[in-house]
Design a protein around this ligand. Structure first.
Ligand code: CMP
Length: 831
């Protein structure tokens, strides 16, 4: 047969095998990766031991093809890795990852370094192969595969935060390990850095450069997706192209780490895509990627395992001894990270604590998977490395991966059992029982209604719905022997789930944007963790956190302040307002839900508790909304109108479908009306731009102090002033700090926190002048009371201003004198 035919034949046979193995793994109850490895080893043995002469028809052709399968080291890196990592990155919930970004980054890079050095230095005295090769092995084995642990965590109901942390850590640690791998491999082949310092610099450049390149490509991908409206096939194709292009541009043209770039592009796209694409489009995209990722990881496992018999045939007792060292060093490294680095980070106030039992699961579940195997295969096939090094890495890397898959993976469940993590805590049990009761009660009611509507006999209906009611009676009794705390936990659990559903309903109705919904669903997930961690207080704390300014908002704020770029901030503010508006609608629905559903199930006391928690949330959401509305009332009204208009369109859409269903309008007419509706919706869905109102001329005009100056002077001063937006509760000036600028208030209000009573300053006032005049530290905190617009004047310009304008100098000095004498100063211009 022709070569290409053989390759296709072999691939097709492997895919057929893979498709059978997945259901088989579920049926037999062993992890899929383990089954793949066992099968791969079996094929490898068959290739080795079945002599080519034995006639087995097509089977021998397949075996021949597989034996001659000669994928180069480049092929493993260039074909499989981008697909594998891009897919994993797409599945990461980025806002939740950003909650823990510091610990994730520290852990990812820290864990990789610890693992590399532990394995490298533990092996060096025994391996007779040089430190570099030992470190290279350490880097290969530093990648962890969290799939098994995350799946189990989900099963036992561990906080979702933990899974996000693990997935994020593993993804970034893959990226860091592969970047290190490239640096070390290049050093070993003599084409890379010469010394340790050089290597460190190369690594940092590769990592940081990769992140930046990926961010650019990720943005290109998300911009592309916006262009391909309604062309799902093009969308997915584009993202596949982006994943590989990012990798190649990074590796070949910019000499930065291609994998880091792919991961970063995937994360950026995941963040944007979830917020901007309709759920069905996003599901299609990630569904296709799941398929690609599945092929990549399955084939890596199979191909690597197929080589195992050949490699292990040459294993000596010495190698077995080295493997024991690798196992001990790898687990010791993981333990040091989890029980040393982690608590250290907690002590420094970074990241939240993780329970010891969960850490033990992470330790034992530190499986190595497809990425380690792909790197090992790349080394095995790299002709530039010495045969000894290739043999050493291939045996130990494959050996260790097999060890974790054959020893750790099958025993992980047992460890969980030993730690008692598989027993549901009482509150979880209560939650489950109540949830079932709620569902059953609803079914009972629905059946009763259905029977009535359809005129079925009351007796039949009663028999069926009675079965449900009988079950649910146990749960519906509010005075059941359920402790009030547990009742509160259960009620909150249900409430959180309901919140997610309501959010999705809103989106399906098309009345609110994907962006706002994505954020609210993330909030509901945080609430879920909050309830788990601290019941009602945890719930409220998570809700409060959810309303605080997001990292992207803060980044936009910094961008405006430092570089004067206002667009991202206008975007972020408009988005926040939109999110808050929807948030309040969701809360209203939840309050209603509590009255109708929770009260009968859990009794008045629990309902009251949930009701008051929701009221607190509502009050906070209203306060946050008011703050923006006060500053941008016109924009707030526009958004409200838009929401109503979209709701009207939804009703129109429903009536259109009804008319069509009743055959009152023809198919053609329906199509044309629907097209018109779609166009109007598309126009409405575009959020109007928000004008931050940071126009310097206008802001200067609002400060009375500048009104008396002659136009020339005013223009000169105006050039020195920089507009800036303040957000509620922001500390603009901090007591004790050195003064670097002073501020004029163009709108809004601030509070000067001086004893005994704080002073409020409003539009037209100024503050922060005293530290500049006296050279003393700031004498009080000045905090913004809401959104406001300020004009800031730097220390240098302040000095210039005093020289140029006598009038202003006298005015500012007079106010400062008065303030120093601690007599409260009345605002200059009443609001
Ligand atoms: P500075 O000391 O630079 O920083 C804190 C600012 O609070 C201070 O400048 C004044 O602008 C302002 N401030 C201090 N005392 C008063 C006061 N009594 N009334 C109004 N503003 C004050």
């Amino acid at each position: 047969m022709h070569d290409i035919v053989l390759v296709v034949f072999a691939f097709a046979a492997l895919l057929a095998l893979v498709s059978l193995l997945l259901p088989l793994a579920t049926r037999v109850g062993i992890p899929y990766a383990v089954l793949l490895v066992i099968t791969g080893c079996a094929i490898g043995s068959a290739i080795r031991f079945v002599s080519p002469g034995v006639a087995m028809g097509p089977l021998s052709t397949i075996l021949d093809a597989l034996a001659g399968f000669n994928l180069t080291s480049q092929a493993f890196l260039y074909i499989f890795l981008p697909a594998l990592l891009f897919e994993t990155a797409l599945n990461v919930n980025v806002p939740r990852l950003m909650d823990d970004v510091a610990p994730v980054l520290l852990l990812a890079i820290g864990a990789v370094l610890v693992c590399m050095f532990f394995i490298g230095f533990a092996l060096m005295p025994f391996a007779e192969i040089g430190l570099l090769a030992c470190l290279l092995l350490g880097a290969i084995l530093a990648t962890t595969d969290p799939v098994a642990v995350v799946a189990l965590f989900r099963e036992i109901g561990a906080p979702q935060r933990l899974s996000v942390l693990l997935e994020g850590e593993s993804l970034l640690n893959d990226a860091a390990a592969i970047a290190l791998f490239s640096v070390l491999a290049a050093m070993l082949t003599g084409s890379g850095a010469a010394g340790p310092l050089d290597a460190v610099l190369t690594f940092i450049r590769a990592f940081a450069g990769g992140l930046a390149l990926g961010a650019v490509f990720g943005k290109i991908a998300s911009a592309g997706l916006m262009m391909f409206r309604d062309h799902r096939l093009a969308e997915t194709t584009f993202t596949v192209a982006i994943a590989y292009l990012t990798f190649i541009v990074g590796e070949q043209y910019l000499q930065v780490s291609g994998v880091v770039a792919v991961v970063s592009a995937g994360l950026v796209l995941s963040n944007d895509g979830r917020r901007k694409l309709a759920p069905s489009r996003w599901d299609y995209l990630t569904g296709t990627w799941a398929q690609i990722g599945f092929w990549a990881s399955s084939l890596i496992f199979l191909l690597a395992a197929m080589l195992a018999p050949r490699l292990l045939a040459d294993v000596t007792w010495h190698d077995a001894g080295l493997l024991v060292i690798v196992v001990a060093a790898a687990f010791a490294a993981r333990a040091v990270t989890l029980f040393g680095l982690f608590p250290l980070m907690n002590a420094a106030g970074i990241g939240e604590r993780v329970r010891t039992s969960h850490r033990l699961v992470v330790l034992w579940g530190g499986m190595r998977g497809a990425v380690s195997l792909a790197l090992a295969l790349a080394v095995t096939e790299n002709a530039m490395l010495s045969p000894d090094t290739r043999q050493f890495i291939a045996i130990l890397a494959t050996g260790f991966v097999l060890f974790t898959l054959l020893v750790n993976a099958p025993t992980l469940r047992w460890v969980i059992h030993l730690l008692g993590l598989d027993r549901l805590p009482p509150e979880e049990l209560a939650l489950r029982d109540r949830a079932i009761a709620l569902a059953r009660a609803e079914i009972g009611e629905a059946i009763g209604r259905l029977a009535q509507d359809r005129g079925l006999s009351a007796e039949t209906a009663g028999r069926i719905s009675g079965g449900y009611a009988g079950h649910s009676a146990l749960g519906i009794d509010p005075d059941a022997a359920l402790d009030p705390t547990l009742r509160a936990y259960s009620g909150l659990g249900i409430l959180v789930e309901r919140e997610q559903e309501i959010c999705l309903d809103y989106f399906e109705n098309g009345t609110v944007s994907r962006r706002a919904i994505a954020e609210l669903i993330t909030l509901a997930e945080r609430l879920h963790d909050g309830v788990k961690a601290g019941g009602p207080e945890g719930y409220l704390a998570a809700a409060r956190d959810g309303l605080s300014f997001s990292w992207s908002f803060r980044a936009a704020l910094e961008l405006q302040r430092r570089l004067g770029i206002a667009r991202p901030l206008a975007h972020a503010l408009a988005h926040r307002l939109e999110m808050l508006v929807v948030h309040r609608l969701v809360l209203q629905d939840l309050i209603r839900f509590t009255g109708v559903k929770i009260q009968p199930l859990f009794g008045p006391a629990t309902a009251e508790l949930l009701h008051s928690s929701l009221k607190v949330r509502m009050a906070e959401a209203e306060r946050a909304t008011k703050a923006i509305e006060l500053q941008y009332p016109r924009y707030a009204r526009t958004l409200e109108q838009q929401f109503l208009a979209l709701s009207a369109l939804r009703l129109e859409d429903e009536s259109l479908h009804r008319l069509r269903a009743e055959s009152i309008i023809s198919q053609e007419m329906f199509r044309s009306l629907e097209r018109d509706l779609r166009q109007r919706r598309a126009a409405l869905e575009r959020r109007p731009a928000l004008d931050l109102g940071l126009n310097r001329g206008e802001l200067v005009g609002r400060v009375a102090m500048f009104a008396d100056l002659d136009p020339g002077e005013r223009a000169a001063i105006s050039l020195m002033l920089r507009p800036r937006l303040t957000v509620p509760d922001e500390v603009i000036v901090r007591k004790g700090e050195r003064g670097d600028a002073m501020y004029f208030i163009s709108s809004g209000a601030v509070e000067v926190r001086i004893a005994p009573t704080p002073v409020t300053l409003g539009t037209g006032d100024m503050f922060g002048e005293m530290a500049l005049l006296s050279g003393q530290p700031r004498m009080a905190d000045v905090v913004s009371l809401g959104f406001g617009q300020l004009l800031s004047l730097s220390r240098r310009d302040f000095a210039r201003l005093l020289k140029t304008s006598d009038k202003l100098r006298a005015h500012i000095q007079a106010i400062a004198r008065e303030r120093r004498s601690a007599r409260p100063v009345r605002p200059q211009v009443a609001e």
